[in-house]
Write a protein that binds this ligand. Structure first.
Ligand SMILES: NC(=O)c1ccc[n+]([C@@H]2O[C@H](COP(=O)([O-])OP(=O)(O)OC[C@H]3O[C@@H](n4cnc5c(N)ncnc54)[C@H](OP(=O)(O)O)[C@@H]3O)[C@@H](O)[C@H]2O)c1
Length: 284
C-alpha cells in the first residue's frame, strides 16, 4: 500500500516519518512543500498522477493562528481551496484522503465534549479556513475522505506548547499560564500512529472523526505537569485569557469526544499524562 504524506517537514509530518517503520505493509512517500506545494494546483495534480498512491495524508497546513488574522487569503488558500483541490485529485487517481483538521472549527462555548455532528462555528480566521477545507473536501469527495480533527498538538518536533514551556521554565523563575481554556493535548506520535492505523484498517469508513489524548485539562494544568515531570525550578502561576491577549481568539472549551474513531478504527485513546511523559523523555 502506497501512502503519500504532504507537509512532511511539519511537526506531524516528522512524527509520521518517525513511526512509519512500525507499519511494514505501508510504503510511505514523504513530500515537503518543495516537492508538493499544495497551493500549486498543477504540481499537486502532476505529482499524484505520477505516484498513483492508495492514500494521501494531508499534514500540510497554514498553522500560524494569530498571523492568520492578518493573512486570511493565505490561510484560506492553503487550508481551504488547496484541500478541495487535493480531494479532487485524490478522487481522480482513486486515492483515499486522510485530512487533518482542528477543534478550532468549534466556538468553544460547549460544556460537554464535542461530537463530530455538533454545530461548527469558528471564532477566528484559522478555524474558518480549516472548516472551509473540511467542507470542500467532503463536497468534492465525500466517499473517499476521512477528516481527523485534533487539538493541542505537541511532540519533540517543531514549535509547540511543551517545547515553549521547557524553554521558558529554564529562562524564568516564574511564568503565568492560562487556566480558563480547557482541552485535551495530543501527542503527535499518537496521532501519527492513529493515521497509519486507519490506512491499514481493512474497512474504510469516510467522514469526520475526532482524535486527541484522553483527559480534560487547562493549559495551566498542562504546564504544571511539564514542570513537575521535568523538575525545572520555575513557579507556574494561573492567569486568565484576559491577562494574556492574543490577536486571534481561542475557544475556551476544546474538548472532543473521540469515541467514534476508537469504535470505528479500533484506535486506542492514550492518557495525556502517559504521552506527555513519553515526549519529555525525549526532550529532557
Ligand atoms: N499544532 C497544533 O496544535 C494543531 C492543533 C489542531 C490541529 N492541527 C492540525 O494538525 C495538522 C498538522 O499540524 P502541525 O502541528 O504538524 O503543523 P506544522 O508543524 O506547522 O506543519 C505544517 C506543515 O505544512 C507545511 N505547509 C504549509 N503550507 C504548505 C503548502 N502550501 N504546501 C505544502 N506544505 C505546506 C509547512 O511547511 P513550511 O514550514 O514550509 O510552512 C509545515 O511543514 C494541521 O492540519 C493543523 O491544522 C494542529
Amino acid at each position: 500500500m502506497k501512502v503519500v504524506v504532504t507537509g512532511a517537514n511539519g511537526q506531524l509530518g516528522k512524527c509520521l516519518q518517525d513511526v512509519a517503520k512500525q507499519f511494514p505493509t505501508i510504503e510511505c512517500i514523504f513530500l515537503g512543500r518543495e516537492h508538493c506545494d499544495i497551493q500549486q494546483f498543477g504540481m499537486v495534480t502532476q505529482v499524484l498522477h505520477s505516484l498513483q498512491p492508495d492514500w494521501v495524508i494531508n499534514a500540510a497546513a497554514y498553522t500560524a493562528v494569530d498571523k492568520a488574522e492578518q493573512e486570511a487569503a493565505a490561510a484560506q488558500l492553503i487550508n481551504g481551496e488547496a484541500v478541495g483541490h487535493l480531494a479532487k485529485v485524490c478522487k481522480d487517481v482513486g486515492a483515499k484522503l486522510l485530512h487533518v483538521s482542528t477543534d478550532y472549527v468549534f466556538d468553544g462555548t460547549a460544556t460537554t465534549p464535542y461530537v463530530e455532528t455538533d454545530a461548527v462555528n469558528p471564532i477566528g480566521i484559522y478555524g474558518e479556513s480549516k472548516l472551509m477545507g473540511e467542507q470542500l473536501a467532503l463536497e468534492v469527495y465525500a466517499a473517499g475522505t476521512a477528516i481527523i480533527r485534533t487539538s493541542w498538538v505537541y511532540s519533540k518536533h517543531g514549535a509547540n506548547f511543551v517545547k515553549t514551556m521547557l524553554r521558558l521554565m529554564k529562562e524564568r523563575e516564574a511564568i503565568g499560564v492560562v487556566k480558563d481554556q480547557l482541552g485535551s493535548p495530543t501527542y503527535a506520535v499518537d496521532l501519527a500512529n492513529a493515521l497509519l492505523t486507519i490506512c491499514e484498517h481493512p474497512q474504510f469508513v469516510p467522514g469526520i472523526f475526532h482524535y486527541s489524548n484522553s483527559g480534560i485539562i487547562s493549559w495551566y494544568n498542562f504546564a504544571v505537569a511539564i514542570q513537575e515531570i521535568s523538575g525545572l525550578n520555575c513557579t507556574v502561576n494561573p492567569i486568565t485569557t484576559a491577562d494574556f491577549p492574543t490577536p486571534a481568539k481561542r475557544p475556551a472549551w476544546s474538548v472532543m469526544d473521540c469515541s467514534k474513531i476508537e469504535r470505528t478504527y479500533s484506535i486506542p485513546l492514550m492518557e495525556w499524562q502517559t504521552s506527555l511523559q513519553h515526549c519529555l523523555r525525549q526532550l529532557l
